[in-house]
Each structure stands twice: as C-alpha cells, then as structure tokens.
Design a protein around this ligand. Structure first.
Ligand code: ADP
Ligand code: ZN
Ligand code: ZN
Length: 732
C-alpha cells in the first residue's frame, strides 16, 4: 500500500503520511506537487516529498488526502532542493520552509496559473457596416475593439469611454467575442536593448569578461568603490546572458528606496523586466512569479524573498549591496538570501555576483580564501574623482542643534557655489529623548529598556523598538517639574534648525517618516535631480546606492555613534555606513568632500578607514576577529528566548545548556557563551535572553543544533517561552 509523505507548514519538525485520495493515479505523481489535506481541524496545503511503501503510523490512524492540487510541481527541482537545504541548515521546520518558498496564493492552495484575464475582441470578419446608423454607441464600441486586435479588457474599454453593457449586444450579433488572455513570450527578433551601453573602462571590462567567461557555477565578489560603475557591469554582463536566451535575477536591499536602480534596468532593456516589490498584491506577485517561471520575464528584480523565484532558463544572479543586513531574514525562517544565492547558483550551475563598495567581512574572507573570485573596481567611472575626507574634531566646540560652526560655513559655501549638500544622522524624530532638567528623569518606554523618541510632527513620544506611542507629558513623572527638555538631535530637529539657518534653500528630509507614502521616495529623487542647490537631511536611507550628481558635500553629524557598540560587528557596520554615505559625494564632474564630526578624531580605526580605505580597515578587522575567535573564522548560532517574566527565558536556556552537556552524543569542539540577558533585555513587554553556540567545525555545530531542537521539542518548559534559533546571526 503506498503512502504520501508530505511536508506540511507547521512548527513541528517532522513529515506527515497520508493515504492517497480516492482515484489517484500514483504513477503520475511527482515529488513537489501540492496536496490538500486535513490537518487538525483545518485543511492545509502540503508538499509531496515522496510516495512510500512503509509508514510508522498505524494504518487505521492515517487519513486520506483530499486532493492533489498540481500536475507539475510549482517549484523546479533545484528550488525544492534549495528550500530543503535551507530548512535543514537554518534549523527551520521543513514544511514551513518549503511553504515560504512559494508565493502566498500557492501556499493557500490556489491554482498555479495566471489570473484569468477576460479580454474582448471583434469577431472575425466583423464590420461596422453590419450595424445600423442608429446604433452609434455600438458602432463606437466595435470600432474600439477593431482598434485592439490583441484584445482589450472591460476596464480599458470603460477608460476609453466605451459602454461595456453593450458588449453583450455585440456578442449576440456575433460581432464581438470574449476570450482568456495569457501572457506571451515577446518575439526574439527584437533588439534586446533600448539604449546603447556605455563604453566600459578597463576595470569594468575585466569584471564583465570574468563574469561571462565560462559556463557553470562561479561566485564573484565585485568590490567596486562607490561610483565605480558597478551597475553598468551588471547591465553589460546581463546583456550577454540575455543574448544567450537566459534570464537574470537581481536581488536588491529595498526597492522602494532605490527607484533609480530599477529605472536603469528598464531603460536599458527592451524586454520584460518584473519587479517583485512589497506593494504588489498576492495576485500580482503570483503572475510575476509565473512569468519568471515560464521564461517570459527575462529580468527579475526583487528583495530577499525573490531568491526563491523560479527561472526557466537561469543565467546569472546578482546581489547588489551584498553587505546589507536586509538579506538576512530576522524572523521565523532566518535565512540569508545572499548565502542561499550562492547555493542556488551552485545547484543551477550559473554564476553569482555579489556587488558592493564595502563587502561584508564574511564575503571578504571568502574572497581571500579563494572561494569567491575577487573582482575590483578601484576607480570611479567617467571623470568622477574619489571624495576627500575631513575629520572635524568637535571636542569643546559649541554645537547648534548638532551642527558645528566650521561645518555650517562649509555648507553655506557649497550652497552658494550652486551645488547640493547631504547631511546624515542616524536618528529620525526630533530628539532621541526627553529629559527633566531638574532631576534628570528620562522619558522611557514602559515596555522596553529604551528611551522614547520625541517627535514634533505630530507631537508625541514614540518607541522605535515596540512602536508604542504616548502624549508628551507636561510634567516630570518623577519630580513634577515642568522643565522638560529634548536631549540630542534627530532628523526633524536638524531639519528645523537648517530651515532657520538657510531660509533661502529647500531642506529635504529623508527618513522613514517622510517616505512612507507610495512614490514619496521617487518624488524626493525627482526634486534632487532637478539639480538646484538644496540640503538633504536624513538617515541611512540616504546611504543606499543613490546617484546624486549635484551633491558635493556630505556631512556625517555623529560619526562616533557606532564606534563603541556591544555587537562585535559594530565597527564593520559603522565603516560600511560611513563609506556608503560618503560615496554620495562627488559622483559626477564636481569633486566631493566629506566632513565627519567626531569627538574621536584620533581613533585609529576611523583614521585607517578614511586615509587608507575600506580594504585596509577590513584587513585589521579580520585580524581582530581571528584573534578573538569570532565569525567568520568560526561559525556561530544564537539561541534566543523571551518570556513575560524576568528570568524565565534565561532559566530556560540555562537548563537547556545543562541538558545538552549531559548528552552523551555531545559533539566535540562546541563553545557556549551565556545564557545572558539580551543587550536590550526588555522589549515590547517581553524579557529576553540569549545563548550563543560556536564552533570552528560547521558540522559539529549543525549536529549540536539538531540535538538541541530535539531536546527543546520534548521539553514542556519550551511552551512557556518563545524561542528561536538563528544560524549565522547578523546581530548579536
Ligand atoms: P556604483 O553602483 O558603483 O556606485 P554607478 O553604477 O551608479 O556606480 O555609476 C556611477 C555613474 O557613473 C553613473 O552615472 C554611471 O552612468 C556612470 N558610469 C558608469 N560606467 C561608466 C563608463 N564606463 N563611462 C562613463 N560613465 C560611466
Ligand atoms: Zn524631574
Ligand atoms: Zn518600547
């Protein structure tokens, strides 16, 4: 008797066996197809892994599946393999990992096909003359159909002023007919390019040549200084694969923030480019996904989850800004899309290119070890020169809303020369907190170990960690004084100050609060690209790959803020952020200047970064990680737990550590750090703790994690806490 072994989206780390549905031809069943089954009181969509002859479940306990949903598996074999590998590697329940690799509608059991788009067209040989003079409306409508021989939707007919109720009349007279439209391949005779490519410089040419050099798998780290023309390298390498009939997948950190990147792809290629962004409806996403799967979409641009987009003719994968932490999912299925991209390229036997000006220390390590082919662009493209740095020592200087006098002078002089200025600070809102001038009380969040940020518009206190909000108090909670003062500066405050200081120039603020509306970022970009002198003030959103040809001065108001972080990656992040922000200066013919306000102008790391560049910094950083036995020299996993009583999560983890150490199967070479309270112990009312496991041996770590999940699943205490495993965590 055959059984269906299924992966089912659930927190349980096991597979489930079912009886085949009635009248099911088992010989036709392919692994990977979706199967609708009863699960508890619900019906869920599982994925068939195999048809087996044996089961450990008593046969009278087995339930029959309801129906087989697909003839062909929605995910091609390589992606099924990738999702299985990822579930296993990241210790995530397989059923859920597989389910997350599918578009939402497929998870819900919808058919794996396009939305049925009903279109209308004129019947064969239909002629206006068949309609009498009196039927003016019908004649107009028929003319509209005759003008659209490929078909037209009722929405489009309405938009053209046509009377859709009359369609039925035309149909009765056999002058019109409706049909179901399916997207189609574009004809291949077309030139794939809309616009001519730029002439590459030597470094760019070398990079393109290496990427397209040979068939098969290769992983490239494309390290190109800001403004070196990495995008042009992507475009020309992609052109090669397109001409060979292949598709390209490009992963980017956040599409909404960099509308320019997408625009450049669309401007270059005369082909179907699909963009998988967060504003798509589930239906639009499935349609785009199907177009990629059927090879109709030749270029696919998306964020993290797009790594699971199938391609009929995979050609190449790009990860733009590979250092960006948004490629690691921080909730649930904690995969790294960058690392999965390398794995996927390996399965698909295609090249993968990781591009950035500031490689992650992990990728740099891989390049140094020879696992990645290291491509470098050391020159800025065209006539642009590298920006010049100035460390501005603000010790003992008076600051006006965070701005020093020497900086203000430089801002003024750049604006007066007719160029643009960009001011970066890493806090949105008006001020990081509110303080009582009489007793020192701070406006803290009641649910987190954190201060609340003061916002002016609208006027309120806001916790950026748990999102709770409350009115701004008029009196101190502790002593009743009314002398409450904002402490420090956020983007709103700096914007306000700059408006007073430079009333003649537009001040454009860019942070999460000003870019929430749809197209807001595009509108801001359009304003900046008009080229008139202005001041841009904003958060790291300004650091993300933008090309601002008129910006000549970049100011970093508080360059020190990340220098003394508890996270061992604090320095790496600070260096990346500084260079990315700095990289917005002087990208065209005007030379760029970067002013960094700092209290630590002699800090060795900052100095090596600005004087010798990212690689010198990264070398030192890698040495330090070596000395301290930190990733990427060792491998690491983080076990997190949270509970609503203080101490409970920590006790849970301590207990777990004890149980594991008594385990006779304990692999060698595992180190344990903790459990310790998390750096912000209380967040959103939960008390959090963490336990780090590390090992130089990846396999030992993996084995340890497996026995760990087994123990946790069997431990009733685990139901009283929320816990998670994060393999290769990016924040610690
Ligand atoms: P990156 O992504 O490396 O920061 P971009 O790809 O945005 O750099 O390129 C910066 C600017 O240089 C863009 O305006 C781009 O059009 C231009 N550029 C790129 N390559 C060349 C080239 N070979 N010749 C002239 N201009 C180029
Ligand atoms: Zn007080
Ligand atoms: Zn909070």
């Amino acid at each position: 008797m055959p059984y269906l072994r299924l992966a089912i989206p659930s927190p349980l780390r096991r597979l489930f066996d079912y009886l085949p549905p009635a009248q099911c031809d088992l010989t036709e069943l392919k692994p990977g197809v979706r199967v609708l089954v009863p699960f508890g009181r619900r019906e869920v969509t599982g994925i068939l892994l195999e048809v087996t002859e044996t089961t450990e479940v008593p046969v009278n306990k087995l339930k029959p599946a309801i129906s087989i949903l697909d003839q062909q598996p929605p995910l091609p074999e390589t992606l099924l393999k990738l999702a299985r590998w990822a579930g296993n590697y990241y210790q995530h329940p397989l059923g859920d990992a597989l389910s997350q690799a599918l578009p939402v509608l497929l998870r819900k059991g919808e058919p794996c096909e396009y939305a049925h788009q009903h279109l209308w067209r004129a019947a064969k040989d239909a002629s206006i003359d068949a309609l009498g003079r009196s039927a003016a409306r019908q004649r107009e409508l028929l003319q509209l159909l005759l003008d659209h021989p490929q078909g037209i939707s009722t929405d489009a007919i309405r938009a053209e002023g046509g009377q859709t109720p009359l369609l039925k009349k035309l149909e009765e007279k056999q002058l019109a007919e409706s049909f179901i439209h399916k997207p189609d391949h574009q004809s291949h005779n077309n030139n794939p390019l809309h616009e001519a490519p730029l002439t590459l410089n030597q470094e760019q040419q070398k990079a393109v040549d290496s990427i397209i050099d040979k068939s098969g798998f290769a992983a490239h780290l494309l390290q190109g200084v800001t403004g070196s023309g990495k995008t042009e390298v992507y475009l020309q390498a992609i052109e090669h694969f397109i001409r060979a009939g292949k598709q390209a997948l490009i992963l980017v950190p956040e599409i909404g923030l960099t509308p320019q990147t997408v625009a450049r792809f669309k401007a270059r290629f005369n082909l179907q480019v699909v963009v998988l962004h967060s504003n798509l409806t589930d239906r639009q996403r499935l349609d785009a996904w199907l177009q990629a799967k059927e090879g109709i979409a030749r270029i696919i641009i998306g964020t993290r989850s797009a790594i699971f987009t199938p391609m009929l003719h995979p050609g190449v994968i790009f990860i733009d800004e590979e250092h960006d932490t948004s490629f690691k999912q921080q909730e649930g299925f904690r995969y790294s899309a960058r690392d999965l991209a390398v794995m996927r390229a390996n399965y698909e036997k295609i090249p993968v290119v990781m591009g950035t000006a500031t490689p992650s220390i992990e990728s740099l390590h891989n390049a140094k070890q020879g696992r990645y082919n290291w491509l470098k662009l050391n020159q800025r493209a065209g006539n642009a020169r590298p920006p010049q740095f100035e460390l501005l020592d603000i010790k003992q200087l008076p600051l006006q809303d965070g701005l020093s006098t020497p900086l203000l002078q430089q801002i003024r002089s750049h604006l007066e020369q007719g160029t643009q200025v960009l001011i970066f600070l890493n806090r949105r809102g008006f001020a990081p907190t509110l303080m009582c001038h009489d007793c020192g009380w701070l406006a803290d969040c009641r649910r987190c170990d954190a201060h609340m940020t003061l916002h002016r518009k609208p006027f309120h206190l806001h916790c950026h960690h748990c999102d709770s909000q409350r009115p701004v108090p008029t009196q101190c909670d502790s002593c009743g004084s009314t002398e409450l003062k904002p402490v420090g500066a956020g983007t709103e405050r700096t914007e306000e100050a700059l408006k007073k200081l430079f009333p003649k120039f537009p001040i454009i603020r860019v942070d999460r609060d000003t870019t929430q509306r749809k197209h807001a970022m595009q509108q801001i970009m359009d304003r900046v690209h008009q080229g008139n002198p202005c001041i841009l003030v904003g958060t790291q959103m300004l650091a993300k790959g933008h090309h601002f040809p008129k910006v000549t001065l970049v100011a970093i108001l508080n360059a020190d803020s990340g220098l003394f972080s508890a996270d061992f990656r604090g320095m790496e992040r600070t260096a990346q952020l500084i260079l990315q922000v700095a990289g917005r200066a002087g990208r065209a013919e005007h030379p760029g200047k970067v002013v960094m306000q700092t209290h630590h102008a002699d800090h060795p790391v900052i100095n090596s970064l600005v004087n010798e560049g990212y690689e010198a910094f990264a070398d030192q950083e890698l040495n330090q990680r070596h000395g301290a036995q930190l990733p990427p020299l060792i491998h690491c996993a983080m076990l997190r737990a949270e509970a609503n009583h203080q101490g409970r999560a920590e006790r849970f983890l301590a207990n777990l550590r004890n149980m594991l150490q008594e385990d006779i199967l304990q692999p060698d070479g595992i180190q344990w750090l903790g459990p310790l309270p998390s750096p912000m112990e209380k967040r959103a009312g939960q008390f959090r703790a963490q336990l780090v496991l590390q090992s130089a041996n990846r396999k030992a770590l993996h084995l340890q994690l497996q026995s760990l999940t087994r123990i946790i699943d069997a431990d009733p205490e685990s139901r009283k806490v929320r816990w998670s495993i994060d393999v290769d965590p990016v924040d610690m």
